[in-house]
Write a protein that binds this ligand. Sequence first.
Ligand code: ADP
Ligand code: MG
Length: 269
Amino acid sequence: MAEALEIRDLCVAVAGKEILRKFSLTIRPGEVHALMGPNGSGKSTLAYTLMGHPGYKVTCGEVWYKGQNILNLPPDERSQMGIFLAFQYPVSIPGVSVANFLRTALNARRRARGEGDGNGQTSKPKSISIPEFRKLMREKMKLLQIDESFAGRYVNEGFSGGEKKRVEILQMAMLQPEMAILDETDSGLDIDALRQVSEGINRLMGPHMGVLLITHYQRLLDYIKPHFVHVLLSGRVVESGGPDFAKELEVRGYDWIRAKYGEPLKDEE
Ligand code: ADP
Ligand code: MG
């Protein structure tokens, strides 16, 4: 059943430094939330913490999803619950083709959920058959306008920034998450790649999926319309607004928010 992701008073320390301080946010199915904020404000820290990266130490708070505090669960179980993270910096996996990578991910999901075993009586869930997998992958590649030759290439090896992001979106299409966290999906993309990636994301969104769209820049939000826009500063959400708030941020930058909340001004933006 589709349910909300509830982040309550989350505190996270990285390398002994407190980054998130009582961060709270609730994302309901069908809602798109944009999380913006200056570089170094802790956006990726939030994304990694939600997926259970061991380097990010939770010192207070809870994250509830489908009746559980997911902070107690290992990353694979969070993924099996339907949470998906597209990384800011996708890694290469030399020697593993995109098709194999996707099939492995899909089978892990089926095993964890006990799917694919027909009547539910047999003890072992079946892996997805190759023809069935190929059909599904072709269908998703078509939907996202990704060339079929990608299937045989090694994951992210020699991929352009835009290609890496599109393969992440393909992975999302195959896994059909209910809660998608997209960390700076726009970073490093030229305007055409940005449009293609955004169109792909838009095609996957629906009433059953919650989306946390992490972005430093407003331009992604020209293509993907958020319902809510939040600003992260000093480890918590300090300002929130509707879709137009992103435009205001683009014009005014973040310094007025820093001034309002007593943060030292920086000239990085
Ligand atoms: P954002 O994504 O908003 O740019 P990050 O979450 O990446 O911000 O970083 C927040 C802060 O945490 C920064 O000061 C950064 O230097 C620090 N930080 C993040 N990851 C690590 C790490 N692995 N080791 C040390 N410091 C880190
Ligand atoms: Mg980041």
